[in-house]
Every structure is written in C-alpha cells, then in structure tokens.
Design a protein around this ligand. Structure first.
Ligand SMILES: Nc1nc2c(ncn2[C@@H]2O[C@H](COP(=O)(O)OP(=O)(O)OP(=O)(O)O)[C@@H](O)[C@H]2O)c(=O)[nH]1
Ligand SMILES: [Mg+2]
Length: 300
C-alpha cells in the first residue's frame, strides 16, 4: 500500500439529513468509538461535533450535525438547523443520510435540492437497510439516485455495520489529497467536560418524554480528577424551562433523577475508565430555549 504524502487523503465529511435518520450512529460506527450521543428521539444532536478516523492511507474527519427540518419552532431549534446548514459551507464532502425504513420524505427532497447546488461531492447514504427487505430497498435506491443525479448512492446499516467498508472507500476517494490534520489518537474535538454533559443529556432524553427532553440542557460545573483515588468528581446542572418540568425530571421522591444519575454514571465510568462521583442538580432557567443570552452561555 502506498501511504506516501501524495497518496494520502484527508478531509471533512459532513453527515447531514433529517432528524433521527441515524447520522450520529453512523458517525460512531465509522469512527469505531462512541463520540456522539444517540437516542430514538429526533433532534438529539444540538451542535456540530467531530469524529475522527485515522487510517494509514487517509484521515476522515466526520462532522456530525443537528437534523435539518422545516419547522424549527424555538430559537434553539432554529440555531440547530442553521448550524447544520452552515457546516455544508465548510466541508470537503457531504454525506446525505436517508432512512430506508421511513423512505424519502418531502423534507429529504428539499435537502437534496440544496445539496446538489453545492460545489463539493455529495454521496447519498441510505441507512437502516437492516429494517427493510431487498424488494423494498431497490425502488428506494432508484428514487434516491433520481434525487441526486450522478452521485454515488451507498446503502448501509450503521447498526449492523453492513457496507460501511464500502462507504468508507467511497468517501476516501472523493476527499482531497493531503496530510492528516489531527493526531492519530484523537477521536473527537469535544472536551471531556462536553462529553460528560452529553452523556447526561443522553440519559435525560432516554428517561423523559414529550416536550421535557427538548426543554433540558446539561452543563458541567465541576470536573475534578482525583488520581490518588482513581476517581472523577463531576457536578452537572440540568436546566429546564419551567418548575413543572423540574418536578418531572426529579420524579416522585427523586426516583427519576436517581435513575438518570445511575445510568449516566455507568456510561461515564466506562468512558473515562475510572470511578465517577456524579452529582446532578436541576435548575429552572425560564424560557432558555428562546433566550439568545442563555443559548450563548450554553454554547448553542
Ligand atoms: N435498525 C437501525 N436503527 C438505526 C440505524 N442507525 C440509527 N438507528 C437508530 O435510529 C435512531 C436515531 O439515531 P441517531 O443516530 O440519534 O439519529 P440522528 O440522525 O443523529 O438524529 P438527530 O441527532 O436527532 O438528528 C436511534 O434509535 C438509532 O439506534 C440502523 O442502521 N439500523
Ligand atoms: Mg444525532
């Protein structure tokens, strides 16, 4: 294998698509580590984040983005859609992720129209093929090809790993020639604090329903390493918009918050490879999802 400078490829691959199509799952599968949180609920990812895959012949820098949709509602949701669209302006390649089970929606058609005007390569990635039959998949691939004329279409399953090798090859081929931009052991651009707050937010999404997960944010207030005890002390403030939501997150006699804390702690311990002392506080920040200053403070 020729891994000399002139044959090494490196670049950014933006993963874009509707909410819930599996962009973050795909990023984790391609990177080979969990760097982005994943839940069955739409609009899980709120910011742009990187997942880096370093190979002898290439470095692929995947950019996870919030789902693109037409009915943003809150200022937070508008910002999320803007973030995803802005990412497309500064990428080397766009991987347009579709959901094989749900099929092509009007929203997908609108995104595709936007993508074909870009001056970077666009690859259609039909994800979740483990959920459909071959007979269902073929017409879907044809329709995707019609949406993205002359672009490559790769059917995959981020969950079973089917065809991810093929997708990786296709992506490397369209990335520019150049040296790696990140050290080979770096998997993400997120700080340990941000990873910790995302792990807490993932559990908030999994343990609450309806509007509540969308009214929550998590912020790490303390992150102290105690190497002598092989211990990490992490304090996280969970923000909600209203007192009623605070009561829901805490649950009857604190049961829900306890479950969220236990699940998050297990994830944090696995991730950081040490014992974790996790403290959670729930505070009301009235209407934060529509407050420019609060969103700024939360880095959103
Ligand atoms: N069966 C199956 N499920 C998948 C696959 N990829 C993702 N999922 C599931 O789809 C749901 C959404 O996955 P995410 O990765 O959070 O989707 P996303 O596109 O990042 O969603 P947002 O961040 O909300 O835009 C989760 O329940 C995943 O487990 C797949 O290939 N097969
Ligand atoms: Mg996501």
């Amino acid at each position: 294998m020729d891994t000399s400078e002139s044959h090494h490829h490196c670049g950014f691959v933006a993963l874009v698509g509707r909410p819930n199509v599996g962009k973050s799952t795909l990023l984790n599968a391609l990177v080979g580590a969990k760097v982005a949180i994943v839940t069955p609920k739409p609009q899980t990812t709120r910011t742009r984040l990187l997942g880096i895959k370093t190979l002898p012949q290439a470095q692929l820098i995947f950019v996870d983005t919030p789902g693109i949709h037409r009915h943003p509602g809150s200022l937070l949701n508008q910002r999320m859609v803007e973030t995803a669209l802005r990412t497309l302006q500064e990428t080397d390649c766009a991987a347009f992720v579709l959901d094989a089970e749900q099929g092509i929606t009007g929203e997908d058609e609108a995104i595709a129209k936007n993508l074909v005007t870009l001056h970077v390569p666009v690859i259609g990635v039909v994800n979740k093929i483990d959920l459909v039959t071959k007979g269902e998949l073929l017409p879907l691939l044809e329709r995707t090809a019609a949406l993205l004329p002359d672009r490559e279409i790769v059917p995959v399953s981020a969950v079973t790993g089917e065809n991810l090798e093929e997708l990786q090859k296709t992506l490397i081929a369209v990335l520019p020639v150049g040296p790696a931009l990140y050290p080979s052991d770096e998997l993400t651009d997120q700080s340990e604090r941000v990873l910790a707050q995302e792990i807490v937010r993932e559990q908030l999404f999994l343990h609450t329903h309806q509007e509540v997960p969308y009214a929550t944010a998590a912020v790490v207030e303390e992150f102290t390493e105690k190497p002598e005890k092989n211990l990490l002390v992490i304090k996280v403030v969970i923000y909600v918009e209203r007192p009623s939501q605070r009561a829901i997150v805490i649950g009857e006699r604190g049961t829900r918050l306890k479950q969220i804390g236990q699940a998050a702690r297990a994830q944090l311990e696995a991730f950081f490879g040490c014992k974790v002392f996790l403290e959670l506080f729930v505070k009301v920040a009235k209407g934060w999802t529509n407050s420019p200053s609060m969103l700024k403070e939360l880095g959103l």
